[in-house]
Design a protein around this ligand. Sequence first.
Ligand code: CA
Ligand code: CA
Ligand code: CA
Length: 491
Amino acid sequence: MLSKWIYFFIGLTTLVVSSANIVFTNSFLVRFHQNINNDIAHAIASRNGFENVGELSGSNGREYHFKNKVLHHSRTRRSITQTRVLKREPLIRTTIQQTGFVRVKRGLRSSPPSLVIPTPYVDDHQSEQTIPSDPYFPLQWYLRNTGQNGGKKHLDLNVQAAWDLGITGKNVTTAIMDDGVDYMHPDLKYNYNPEASYDFSSNDPFPYPRYTDDWFNSHGTRCAGEVSAARDNGVCGVGVAYDSKIAGIRMLDQPYMTDLIEANSMGHEPHKIHIYSASWGPTDDGKTVDGPRNATMRAIVQGVNEGRNGLGNIYVWASGDGGEDDDCNCDGYAASMWTISINSAINDGQNAHYDESCSSTLASTFSNGAKDPNTGVATTDLYGKCTTTHSGTSAAAPEAAGIFALALEANTMLTWRDIQHLTVLTSKRNSLFDAKNRFHWTMNGVGLEFNHLFGFGVLDAGSMVTLAKQWRTVPPRYHCEAGDITQLRFI
Ligand SMILES: [Ca+2]
Ligand SMILES: [Ca+2]
Ligand SMILES: [Ca+2]
């Protein structure tokens, strides 16, 4: 059994490296000449040997996901016969058999939680009432850095300043696109938003993680707690936006990723979900150049332009864990102008050893990587447990999602462009530095400092919320094109 799985994973790796090894799945994206309802799609699917899985999110009945009932979930050759059968249907315009590809969870491999007994928290300068009483809060140095475990005092997300203004993420929903969320967890269940959740790995409304002995599917639950774990309930720690809602979108747990699963996830309930958080991407092996495919790209653009009732959905992305050997410019999700990609710093301000550099990283938050093992990210874990070892840029992106949730509560009219402006203007250089002295802080044309590891610096919840409250929305994005060159000219 073990050897079978080793073979399986080697197979996946080979797929990325060699484009000759394309895998074809039994899923088909079927585009119709006109908008049709689900009953008609169902009839067309079933008379041709397919199951109608459902409409593509946001397609208004124009595109559907059909699954062939006979084909294996993955094969090495395109299924021409099945495609032809569908093409004979007069209502069908095009049929695209979905290729299967690899998307990898960022952060280190999960394991059952270590037993860490938090030390009581004593603070001379703040009254006990204003500080969360949750048992793991003292370990959440990224929320409140008092210098614990060798950290640099005050190098944190400055969330307390936002909380003191009464801003805690109310009426904002963040979707965790991942391997599921333990929505029965006592620290998450009251903040869970079932209406905005879905399981695209199994096609049902319950995105509960699939059990494995090694807790491999704990990733989404860990990310969820960082955003909206409840406060003062005696369980684990506290989320950045502890009164915000969390949605689970399970979409990483099937044999292969497809364009259809990604597109459905990123287009799911765009008026109920404000922020989508992704802590995964193409393999961080320094050899992969990959990004959103056609339907996924359309879903992101539609979400940004039309979602949240026209204000635009916010897509937060983990910038990648490939270290010096990889480059986040080669990751089409992180490098997209429609996403906000987030890198990580450790508790003393150094970059983490796994950080990638690139021009598209907009800002940073915090994650593991310091020598002290108690400096991982403390958050919720599977089956009602807590962990102190969530890690990688996987752990950085949800912290940013939580801060954006705070900003959206502070000003409900912020557009997706406003969030980018606020990020750029309020992120801080603080004491972030490149441990190897390769990437320096440089001033741009308007006098803002940036760095190819950290973007514009570490997010500051207090500053962002304060500026959000008085922010006047920026004008719409202006798109201009230069003329085309139609003939070669020799000078
Ligand atoms: Ca399920
Ligand atoms: Ca709690
Ligand atoms: Ca990468």
